[in-house]
Design a protein around this ligand. Structure first.
Ligand code: GLU
Length: 468
């Protein structure tokens, strides 16, 4: 059975790159009827925080990337790592090293000056040092000095490193804590991980990890290193490019399925299909179809995909999301409002739930000011007469529905002998504050009689006051 793992370090939010790695691991395990493990690599005690652990768990659960095992925490497995370090020392595959920081620094400087790659020179390799109580020594892995480490990366193809390029890496620090490469190896071995999918910033660690796995007699997993995600300026995706945390997309009104759909296409394709149901993603996913080159993040495309999902998602679910958003904005929901109609009218024109709510806010509360462009273009003296006629025509209406409102608008255009725009647009700006809304008769119906009349009066006053 195959087994993948997602192994984030909890030093920040779950960012898009991490989420995509998690998604690919999850998809592959689901496709192969395998298992998916979540492992929190929290050995860096200074940089790991409980908030980040929570952010990772929240992000995964919002995206629906459920794991079959875990979350495991590396800090809970220290004893096991130390046990393996002991084993490596006993079998001669690791040794104590007493080189001081000063010595290592000057070695490094010298190597750089000689234009050599900085690496440990193996001074303590054969000294047979024993730890004494007086000093706490680091432990290094005895990396083979001859031969190559070659592996067939499932994305990048064959990759080979010469052992002469790899030095004896530290596996236990002087404070007694195990290092990243050691703990990853022990976990991948103990958790019987068959496929390691991770960012390609780890490619250089892989030959070291393979050597340690070999020394432990462990099975070597398959590796797939995923090319990174770049911002639209070609630089590595970072905070500079805006939201990078998965939950920021939640807060901004994106749908989890849409974000997953966007992420799956970042560096993976299946023909030219853009929209994938979850089952299609699972059925079609092949590691071999992952691009070898980096992919670029593109907000416009994400917005487009989110919009497709907004249109397809059952209305009841969108209503729920709209309610949640209104709650977050502390806006009370007017239960007389025909929310289904409102959502249907607007969802084809917006990209996110937040935009959807923003565009219908005028139905829930009075707006503070008019959209500036709409004022200059529409709320001019020429709008005064149509608005006055509309007010007079709408006030006596008993049935407040789109058809009756439409009849009043038509009547005013006929009476003033002007086009629809000269009456409809001032009415729209008066009632919504901006120049964009669904058909005006439906809009006015939704806003309700009292509010609409009061807003028409407000616009009349506004125009009169601005033009004295
Ligand atoms: N904890 C590592 C990271 O967050 C990942 C290690 C791995 O996947 O092997 O970059």
């Amino acid at each position: 059975m195959i087994k993948t793992r997602f192994a984030p370090s909890p030093t920040g939010v779950l960012h898009l790159g991490g989420a995509r790695t998690a998604l690919f691991c999850w998809l592959f395990s689901r496709k192969m009827n395998g298992q998916f493990v979540l492992r929190i690599e929290d050995t860096d005690l200074e940089r790991s925080t409980p908030e980040s652990v929570q952010a990772i768990i929240d992000g995964m659960s919002w995206l629906g990337l459920d794991c079959d095992e875990g979350p495991y925490f590396q800090t809970e497995r220290f004893d096991r790592y130390l046990e393996v370090i002991e084993q490596l020392i006993e079998q001669g595959d690791a040794y104590y090293c007493q080189c001081s920081r000063e010595r290592l620094d000057s070695l490094r400087e010298q190597q750089m000056a000689d234009k050599h790659k900085p690496r440990y020179d193996g001074r303590c390799r054969d000294l047979g040092l024993k730890p004494s109580d007086a000093e706490s020594l680091v432990v290094r892995f005895r990396n083979p000095q001859q031969g190559d480490v070659t592996f067939c990366d499932l994305v990048k193809g064959e990759i080979s490193f010469s052992n002469s390029e790899l030095d004896d890496l530290i596996i236990k620090r002087s404070d007694g804590s195990p290092t990243y490469n050691l703990s990853v190896v022990v976990d991948d071995m103990d958790m019987e991980i068959t496929h390691v999918l991770r960012g390609d910033d780890h490619v250089n660690n892989t030959p070291r990890q393979i050597n340690i796995l070999q020394a432990l007699g462990a099975e070597i997993p398959e590796f797939a290193h995923l090319p990174m995600i770049l911002g639209d300026d070609g630089k590595r995706l970072s905070k500079r490019h805006g939201a990078v945390g998965v939950m920021q997309y939640h807060d901004a009104g994106y749908l989890p399925q849409a974000l997953l759909n966007y992420l799956v296409r970042l560096g993976w394709s299946h023909g030219d299909q853009e929209i994938f149901s979850q089952q299609e993603m699972i059925d079609y996913f092949e590691i071999g179809d992952i691009n070898r080159s980096a992919s670029s993040f593109n907000t416009e495309k994400l917005n487009w995909i989110n919009q497709q999902y907004l249109m397809e998602t059952p209305l009841a679910q969108i209503v729920d999301l709209v309610h949640q958003r209104l709650d977050r904005l502390d806006i009370e929901f007017d239960s007389d409002l025909n929310i289904d109609l409102l959502i249907d009218l607007y969802r084809q024109r917006v990209s996110t739930v937040n935009q959807l709510v923003d565009s219908m806010l005028y139905c829930f509360q009075d707006f503070e000011s008019y959209d500036e462009k709409a004022v200059t273009k529409v709320l001019k003296p020429a709008a005064l007469e149509p608005l006055q006629h509309l007010l007079a025509g709408l006030e006596p209406l008993n049935r407040w529905d789109a058809a009756s409102i439409h009849a009043v608008i038509e009547d005013v255009t006929a009476r003033l002998e002007v086009g629809m725009g000269k009456v409809g647009q001032p009415l729209r700006v008066a009632v919504t504050g901006g120049s964009f809304s669904p058909p005006i008769d439906q809009t006015v119906e939704l806003v309700g009689k009292d509010r609409s009349l009061q807003r028409i009066k407000r616009a009349i006053d506004y125009i009169s006051a601005s033009n004295v």
